[in-house]
Design a protein around this ligand. Structure first.
Ligand code: FAD
Length: 389
C-alpha cells in the first residue's frame, strides 16, 4: 500500500528529503507544502551573492514546477500551514486540508528580532530566504552605507560581501569579538583584523538601541551614546527554530521540535528535520546535518528504521577576506591551543580529558587542513545506537 507523506517546508530540509525518498521509493505519494513558491535554492548562497551581482531569480537552482515533475511530488507553494491535527492525521493550510500517513516538519528557523526603540525601529531588514534577498537587493539600489547588527557568521558574511560590492559597512555587536561564540580570542582577533583590512568597521561591546529617520535613510543610536546615519540596516542576530505549529499541535518542544535519533517527534508518525528540529538535545542549524538527516529519515520512512549518525561537520565561513572553517566543540570544559603559521591559524580544542580533539578553527591558509582534522573529531551523536523501540 502506498503511503502519503506530507512535508511542510520547501527549504533544504524539505526538498532534500523529497529527493532522498524518491531515490528509495518510486511509488510513495508525496505532498510538499510551503509558504515559499517551492523553488529549490541554496540558502548559504544568499550571503555571498551581492558581489557577484546575482539576482534572486539567478539563485534558483531548480524551479518548483521542474522539481515536481522530476520527483513526482505535489508541491503546493504560497500556502500557510495553520494547524496540524495529529488525531485526525491532517494538516490544515490556507490551500486546504491534507491527510497524511507520515508528516515531516521541515519548517526551518526565523530571524530573531532585536527589541528596538525609535520611530523607525521596524526598518531593520533580515535575509533568511529568497524573497528577503530580493527585497534587500532592491533596497540596496543607490545605498552607500549599511549597518549590520550582529557580528555572527551570517552578519560577517554579509559584511564581507557588501564590501566586495563597494558598499561601506559598519557591524555592531554587543559581544567583544566577531563570531563570539565560535572562536577563541586569538582567532577572533585575526579574523576581525583581516575583515577590517577589507574595509569592514566593527563596533563591538555596544548595542544599537534606537533607529530614527534621517534624510535619507536612518540614524542608529548605540548604548554607548554614539550615533550615525545609514542607508539601510540589516539585522543578523541569529535564528530561532519555528516551533509554534508543533507546540500548538501538542508535540514536545524545547529550543526546537524535540526528536530522537530517528527524527521522530513525541507524537506518532510526525518527524522533524532541519533548522526546526532539536535532535537528542542538539540544534544544529547548518546544511550538513540536513544532508545526513534526510538520508536517514528517507530510509526510516521507507521501512528501514535508520538512526541519524553525524560525523564531525565543520562549517565553512564565506568571508574571502579571511577564509575560515569552524568545527565548534559541543562539550564545555576543554581548552583551546592556538598556533599561527604564516598567514594561517590553527586552533585545536582539546576536551576535558586533555587528549580528545573536540573541535577546531582554521583561518587563512590553514583551511586546507579541514578534511584531515575533521576525520579526527568525533561527531555529535556518534557512537553506539540502540535499536529503535
Ligand atoms: C544567509 C545564510 C547563510 C548561511 N550559510 C550557511 C553556510 O555557509 N553553511 C551552512 O552549513 N549553513 C548555512 N546557513 C544555514 C542553512 O542555510 C540552513 O541550515 C538551512 O538552509 C535550513 O534549511 P531548512 O529547510 O531547515 O529551513 P528553511 O530553509 O528555513 O526552510 C523552511 C521552510 O518551511 C516553510 N514554512 C515554515 N513554516 C511554515 C508554515 N507554517 N506553513 C508553510 N510553510 C512553512 C518555509 O516557507 C520554508 O520553505 C545559512 C543560513 C543563512 C540564512
Amino acid at each position: 500500500m502506498t503511503r502519503r507523506i506530507v512535508i511542510i517546508g520547501s527549504g533544504m530540509a524539505g526538498i532534500s528529503l523529497a529527493r532522498e525518498l524518491r531515490r528509495l521509493d518510486d511509488r510513495a505519494e508525496m505532498v510538499l507544502l510551503s509558504r515559499e513558491p517551492g523553488d529549490f535554492y541554496s540558502k548559504p548562497a544568499l550571503s555571498n551573492a551581492l558581489a557577484g551581482g546575482k539576482s534572486a531569480a539567478a539563485l534558483v537552482l531548480t524551479p518548483a514546477a521542474r522539481l515536481a515533475q522530476d520527483l513526482g511530488v505535489r508541491i503546493v507553494g504560497h500556502t500557510e500551514v495553520d494547524a496540524v491535527d495529529t488525531g485526525a492525521r491532517e494538516v490544515h493550510a490556507t490551500a486546504g486540508s491534507f491527510a497524511y500517513d507520515a508528516l515531516v516538519l521541515a519548517m526551518g528557523a526565523s530571524q530573531r528580532r532585536l527589541p528596538m526603540a525609535g520611530e523607525e525601529a521596524d526598518a531593520m531588514l533580515s535575509v533568511n530566504n529568497l524573497a528577503d534577498y530580493a527585497r534587500f537587493r532592491e533596497r540596496l539600489q543607490g545605498a552607500r552605507r549599511v549597518a549590520i547588527i550582529g557580528a555572527g557568521l551570517i552578519g560577517c558574511e554579509f559584511a564581507n560581501d557588501l564590501r566586495l560590492a563597494g558598499i561601506e559597512v559598519d557591524v555592531h555587536d554587543v559581544a567583544a569579538q566577531p563570531l563570539g561564540r565560535l572562536l577563541p580570542a586569538r582567532a577572533a582577533d585575526m579574523f576581525r583584523r583581516r575583515l577590517e583590512a577589507a574595509g569592514v568597521r566593527f563596533h563591538l561591546g555596544t548595542t544599537v538601541v534606537r533607529i530614527d529617520p534621517a534624510e535619507p535613510g536612518h540614524v542608529l543610536s548605540t548604548s554607548t551614546g554614539t550615533s550615525a546615519r545609514y542607508d539601510l540596516v540589516l539585522c543578523a542576530i541569529g535564528l530561532q527554530p519555528n516551533i509554534g505549529l508543533a507546540r500548538d499541535a501538542g508535540l514536545d518542544t524545547g529550543t526546537g521540535i524535540r526528536t530522537d535519533r530517528w527524527l521522530r517527534s513525541s507524537v506518532a508518525d510526525v518527524y522533524a528535520l532541519g533548522d526546526c528540529a532539536e535532535v537528542e538535545g542538539l540544534v544544529l542549524p547548518y546544511v550538513l546535518p540536513i544532508t545526513h538527516g534526510a538520508k536517514a529519515l528517507a530510509r526510516t520512512l521507507t521501512g528501514e528504521p535508520t538512526p541519524v549518525q553525524y560525523p564531525a561537520m565543520p562549517v565553512v565561513v564565506k568571508t574571502p577576506a579571511c577564509p575560515a572553517v569552524i568545527c565548534p566543540p559541543l562539550q564545555p570544559g576543554g581548552a583551546w591551543s592556538v598556533a599561527v603559521d604564516g598567514d594561517g591559524l590553527r586552533a585545536i580544542y582539546l576536551g576535558a580529558d586533555g587528549e580528545t580533539m573536540d573541535g577546531f578553527v582554521l583561518l587563512g591558509s590553514a583551511v586546507k587542513e579541514r578534511m584531515s582534522l575533521a576525520a579526527r573529531v568525533p561527531g555529535p551523536l556518534a557512537g553506539t545506537v540502540l535499536p529503535m523501540l
